[in-house]
Design a protein around this ligand. Structure first.
Ligand code: MIC
Ligand code: SF4
Length: 798
C-alpha cells in the first residue's frame, strides 16, 4: 500500500509575534556520531597501501592523502606508476573515487537518481531546501509564503527523501553549507555536494567538492566518481590578522590574485602558522569562496579550533577520532611536500578588501576603494547592505557585526539604508537571538530574513532601484550581473560582514570605517572601534526549532509514493537524452549548426538565470525557456539575440531560446562557440541540461570552468577547447561543424585529436584544431547520450 504523502509545513514554526522568540533555549544535543565519524583506520590503511604500491616515499599534500584514501580500486587510477613513486599523478591521472557523503540543494540530483531504480542511496545523503525562499518583508512571513508557493516541490523533495532514506532539511532549516558544517562535515572526509560552494565544509578539514547532480548520482549509486587529479597550490599563511581584517578579506585578496580562472583544476591547500589562528567558520568562509577562483576545493590541516567546533556542535566523538587521526599524520600535509605553486600571504599586511562590481576577482584594498569609486565616476551612495548567506553567517561573524551595531546604537545611529541579515541556519538564528544579537541588530534597523539563500540568489523582491544604477554591499560570495535583484545595473560589492555593516551606517560608498568618522546623534564625530566577537558561543549553541532537524540515518521507506503530476508546471519526469550516434554507425557527431558565438563572460547565471526561474528547476521544459537569455552574441553584441537562416540565406532574428527551439523542432542538432571560462560560477546542472534538451551536441570554448565542463560531459555534450584561442572568431552562426577524429578518440587511439570541419553558408570550408579532455569513461557517456544512460546500460548488462 502506498503511504500517504506528507504535506510539509511545520505549523509550530509560525507561533509567536513579529519576532520569533523561543521560550526555552535548550543546548544543542549531542549527535549520534557512529555514521558521522570517518573510518580513520580504514582510510589510513588504504593510504598506506597506495603509498607502498604506487607512490613510494614522496611526501604528500593533505588533499592527496584524502583523495588517495578514498580511491575505489587504486589499481584502476594509478596503474603503471611503480612503487618507486616515479610518474606524475597531478593534472594527469583520472582518479576513481568513493566519496563518503552527498548533500543536495533543492531539486538537484533526485530526479536523476530516481531514474536509476535503486532502493536507497549508497552513501549518507541529505537534501536541503534553501534556494526557493524569497526575501520580502522578513523571516516569518517570507517563509510562510514561500512554503505555500513551493509546496509541490517541497512535498516532492520530502517524499523522495523518505523513499530513499535521505535526511531532509526542510525550508527554514538553513543553507546547505552551514548545515553541513554544523552536522556532517568531518576532518579528512571526502564529500560531494550539488552546489559549487560545497567546499565550505573545508572549514572542518573535509575535502568537499561541488558537482552537478549527475556526479552526485555516481556517489549515490556506488559508481566510482571520477576526478582528474588536481594540481595543488600551497597557500602559506604567516603573520596575524588584526583590527578590521577577517578571513573574508584573505579570500577576497586571493581571488584578486588568482582571478576567476586561476583555481581551475587545482586544490588550494593552506598551511603555515596563520591557519591555526583562524576559527573553523573563518576557514569555511575562505574555502567557500575558493569556488570563485574555480578551485576544485580548498584544504586545511586539522586544527584545535576545528576540534572545539566539533565539540560545540555535539560531535565530541568525531573530534576525539580526528585528534587520533591527526596524531597518525593523516590530517596535515607531509613535511617537504612539493606544491605546484606556493602563494605567500602575510596576514599582518592584509587589509579589508572589497571585490566587484560584477565579478568576484576585481579586488580593491579598502584604503584605495574611495579612489576607485571616484575614478569610475560612481555615485557615492550605498543603496543596501546585506550580510549572512552561506559564506558569512557564523556565530563569530554575527557577534562581530553586533559589536559594530552596539557602538552605532550608543552613538544614536541607525543604518541609513536597508540592512538585511540572513542567518545561515536555524541553530545560528536561535543562538544569536538568545544571545541578544538579533535584538541589537534590529534595534539599529536590520531586517532579519529567513534562514535561506534569499537575496544571494535573486530571491529578493526588491522594490527600490528598479532599472537604476546603484551599489549594494554584501558579505556574499558572488556578484555577477543581475544576480541579486534581477537589475543588471545593480553593482554588488563583496566585503566582510563587518565592513558591510559599518558602511550601512554611513550610506556612502567611499566611507572607510578604519579611518573615517561619522557624525553621532550628539553632533560630534564618532569613529567605530575595530569589531570584536567570539568564535563560539560561551553558553553553547541552541538548536532552535528542533522539528526542522531530521532524525539521523532514516531508513528508506520504499513504498512511499513520489508523485509527479503530469500537469505540473514545476516538476517533470526526466526523459533520457537520445544518443547522438546511430547503432553501428559512425562515431563522429552528426553535422551541427552553430547557434551563436557567445561573447565574454558567460557564467551559469547567464546560461540558466536564477531568481524566479529556480522554481522550475524540477521541470526541464519550462526552465529551458531561459536558456542563455542574458548571454551576449558576439555577432552584433546584443544580449539574447540569435539568428536563423532560411534556405535562401535570409537572416531571421529571434531570442536565443526561440532560435534553439526552432532548431530542435527541425531536428537539427546544434553547436555553440564560447569564450573564456565558459560556465563559470555555480554547479547549476541546468546550464548543461537545458542546451542538451534543446539539441546542443557540441560546445567549443576558449576555456571551460571545471564543474560546468563535467556537467556538459555528463549530459552528453562534447566540450572541446580551441587549440589556438584566436580561432574563436573563425566560426559563426549558421556555419555547419563536423568532428573529424572523434571516432579514433572514442576507439581509444592514444594520440588522436578532434579537428573541426567548418562549412560556411556559402560552401567555403575551414579547419579548426581543438583539444579534448575526455577520459575513457566520459567518452562512454558521450556514446550513450549521457552518463545516466551509461549507468543504466551497465546496470542492465550485469
Ligand atoms: C549559487 O550560489 O550560484 C548557487 C545558486 O548556490 C548554485 C547552485 C545552483 O545554481 O543550483 C551553486 O553555487 O552551485
Ligand atoms: Fe545559497 Fe548564495 Fe550560498 Fe549559493 S552562494 S548556496 S545561493 S547562500
Amino acid at each position: 500500500m502506498a503511504l500517504k504523502r506528507i504535506r510539509f509545513l511545520p505549523s509550530t514554526y509560525f507561533s509567536g509575534g513579529s519576532r520569533r522568540r523561543l521560550a526555552t533555549h535548550a543546548p544543542t544535543p549531542d549527535k549520534d556520531c557512529r555514521v558521522l565519524t570517518p573510518p580513520y583506520p580504514t582510510l589510513l590503511a588504504k593510504l598506506a597501501h597506495v603509498q607502498k604500491e604506487y607512490l613510494g616515499s614522496r611526501p604528500l599534500s593533505l588533499a592527496e592523502k584524502i583523495l588517495y584514501s578514498h580511491l575505489d580500486d587504486p589499481e584502476k587510477s594509478l596503474n603503471g606508476l611503480g612503487s618507486d613513486g616515479k610518474g606524475r599523478v597531478r593534472g594527469e591521472r583520472y582518479l576513481q573515487l568513493k566519496p563518503a557523503r552527498v548533500a543536495m540543494q533543492d531539486a538537484s540530483a533526485q530526479l536523476q537518481f530516481m531514474t536509476c531504480g535503486l532502493p536507497t542511496s549508497a552513501v549518507p545523503t541529505s537534501i536541503h531546501c534553501d534556494h526557493l525562499i524569497q526575501a520580502n518583508v522578513g523571516a516569518e512571513a517570507d517563509l510562510k509564503r514561500s512554503i505555500e508557493s513551493n509546496r509541490e516541490v517541497f512535498d516532492f523533495l520530502e517524499s523522495a527523501a523518505r523513499k530513499y532514506g535521505i535526511e531532509f532539511w526542510g525550508p527554514g532549516s538553513g543553507i546547505i553549507h552551514q548545515i553541513v558544517l554544523e552536522n556532517y562535515a568531518s576532518p579528512g572526509m571526502l564529500m560531494l555536494g550539488t552546489d559549487s560552494h560545497t567546499p565550505n565544509a573545508g572549514g572542518l578539514g573535509c575535502l568537499a567538492i561541488g558537482v552537478g547532480g549527475a556526479d552526485a548520482v555516481d556517489a549515490m549509486t556506488h559508481t566510482p566518481w571520477e576526478l582528474k587529479a588536481p594540481s595543488i597550490v600551497g597557500i602559506h599563511l604567516t603573520g596575524k590578522m588584526s583590527g578590521w581584517t577577517t578571513p573574508k578579506d584573505l579570500i577576497l585578496h586571493i581571488a584578486g590574485k588568482l582571478t576567476v580562472r586561476g583555481g581551475t583544476g587545482r586544490v588550494l591547500e593552506y598551511f603555515g602558522p596563520g591557519v591555526h589562528d583562524q576559527s573553523c567558520t573563518g576557514l569555511a568562509t575562505i574555502s567557500n569562496m575558493g569556488a570563485e577562483v574555480g578551485a576544485t576545493t580548498s584544504a586545511f590541516p586539522y586544527t584545535a579550533k576545528m576540534g572545539a567546533y566539533l565539540r560545540a556542535t555535539g560531535r565530541s566523538p568525531v573530534a576525539d577520532a580526528a585528534d587520533w587521526a591527526a596524531r597518525q599524520g593523516f590530517l596535515a600535509a607531509d613535511e617537504g611536500v612539493e606544491y605546484d605553486e606556493v602563494i605567500e600571504v602575510n596576514l599582518s599586511e592584509l587589509e579589508p578588501t572589497i571585490n566587484g562590481p560584477f565579478t568576484p576577482d576585481l579586488s580593491t584594498p579598502l584604503s584605495k576603494f574611495a579612489q576607485f569609486v571616484a575614478t569610475n565616476g560612481w555615485k557615492n551612495e550605498v543603496s543596501a547592505g546585506l550580510i549572512g548567506s552561506c559564506t558569512n553567517s557564523s556565530y563569530e561573524d554575527m557577534s562581530r557585526v553586533t559589536s559594530i551595531a552596539q557602538q552605532a546604537k550608543s552613538a544614536g545611529l541607525k543604518t541609513k539604508v536597508p540592512f538585511l541579515c540572513t542567518p545561515g541556519s536555524e541553530q545560528i538564528r536561535a543562538t544569536i537571538e538568545r544571545d541578544g544579537f538579533t535584538e541589537a541588530l534590529e534595534d539599529v534597523g536590520a531586517v532579519v530574513l529567513a534562514n535561506a539563500c534569499g537575496p544571494c540568489i535573486g530571491q529578493w523582491n526588491r522594490a527600490e532601484k528598479k532599472g537604476e544604477e546603484n551599489a549594494i554591499l554584501t558579505s556574499f560570495n558572488r556578484n555577477f550581473k543581475g544576480r541579486n535583484d534581477a537589475n543588471s545595473k545593480t553593482m554588488n560589492f563583496l566585503a566582510s560582514p563587518e565592513i558591510v555593516t559599518a558602511m550601512a551606517f554611513s550610506g556612502q560608498l567611499t566611507f572607510n570605517p578604519v579611518t573615517d568618522s561619522l557624525i553621532g546623534a550628539d553632533g560630534k564625530p564618532f569613529k567605530f572601534a575595530p569589531p570584536r566577537g567570539n568564535m563560539l558561543p560561551s553558553n553553547g549553541f541552541t538548536p532552535g526549532n528542533q522539528s526542522l532537524t531530521p532524525s539521523p540515518s532514516p531508513l528508506a521507506v520504499p513504498e512511499t509514493e513520489v508523485a509527479i503530476s503530469p500537469t505540473s508546471t514545476r516538476l517533470e519526469v526526466l526523459a533520457p537524452f537520445p544518443s547522438h550516434f546511430k547503432p553501428g554507425g559512425s562515431l563522429e557527431l552528426p553535422p551541427l549548426k552553430v547557434l551563436m558565438r557567445v561573447r565574454g563572460k558567460c557564467t551559469t547565471d547567464h546560461i540558466s538565470a536564477a531568481g524566479p526561474w529556480l522554481k522550475y528547476k524540477g521541470h526541464l521544459t519550462n526552465i529551458s525557456e531561459n536558456t542563455l537569455f542574458t548571454a551576449t552574441n558576439d555577432e552584433g553584441g546584443e544580449v539574447n539575440v540569435a539568428f536563423d537562416y532560411t534556405k535562401d540565406g535570409e537572416k531571421i532574428t529571434g531570442t536565443i531560446p526561440e532560435v534553439a527551439k526552432r532548431f530542435k523542432s527541425r531536428g537539427e542538432p546544434w553547436a555553440l562557440v564560447v569564450d573564456q571560462n565558459y560556465g563559470e560560477g555555480s554547479a547549476r546542472e541546468h546550464a548543461a541540461m537545458q542546451p542538451r534538451f534543446l539539441g546542443c551536441g557540441l560546445i567549443i570554448a576558449r576555456s571551460f570552468a571545471r564543474i560546468h565542463e563535467t556537467n556538459l560531459k555528463k549530459q552528453g555534450i562534447l566540450p572541446l577547447w580551441f587549440l589556438n584561442k584566436d580561432d574563436y572568431a573563425m566560426i559563426s552562426s549558421g556555419d555547419v561543424v563536423e568532428t573529424v577524429g572523434l571516432e579514433d578518440v572514442i576507439n581509444g587511439s592514444s594520440d588522436a585529436t578532434v579537428r573541426l570541419k567548418v562549412t560556411r553558408p556559402g560552401g567555403e570550408i575551414v579547419w579548426v584544431e581543438t583539444r579534448h579532455t575526455m577520459s575513457a569513461d566520459q567518452l562512454r557517456w558521450l556514446r550513450s547520450g549521457s552518463a545516466l544512460n551509461y549507468i543504466k546500460e551497465l546496470a542492465a548488462s550485469t
